[in-house]
Design a protein around this ligand. Structure first.
Ligand SMILES: [Zn+2]
Length: 114
């Protein structure tokens, strides 16, 4: 008679991944994120190491704010991503900007002689 793998206790920890530690200082990261496609950059948000950087600081403060506004997350994330990637030597490819619309000069109307 063979046993079959029934009744195995659930692994249990599936839904809680262990806290990732900062590769620089070893503290628990506020957040970690895999960087943009093909860059192979692991982005780490660490209070100790990144707290002095403006975009990281803003993101950390937002993350810790219980009344945080989810609407600002995309912008915060984008700023942070840009900051992290820049530190790794990457620059965000920007769309070529449309040329500014020609300035409309106020008409130079010759003054009439009263
Ligand atoms: Zn750190």
């Amino acid at each position: 008679m063979k046993n079959w793998p029934g009744c195995t206790p659930p692994a249990g920890n599936e839904d809680k991944k262990p806290d990732r530690l900062c590769s620089r200082c070893g503290e628990v990261l506020v957040m970690d994120w895999y960087g943009p496609w093909l860059t192979h950059v692991w982005m780490e948000l660490c209070d100790s190491c990144d707290g002095h950087k403006p975009a990281a600081r803003a993101f950390i403060e937002w993350h810790r704010d219980p009344g945080r506004d989810p609407d600002v997350l995309p912008q915060l994330f984008e700023d942070w991503e840009t900051e992290v990637m820049h530190a790794h030597g990457w620059a965000r490819a920007t769309e070529p900007e449309a040329p500014p619309s020609p300035q409309i000069h106020p008409g130079l109307v010759p003054h009439g002689h009263g």
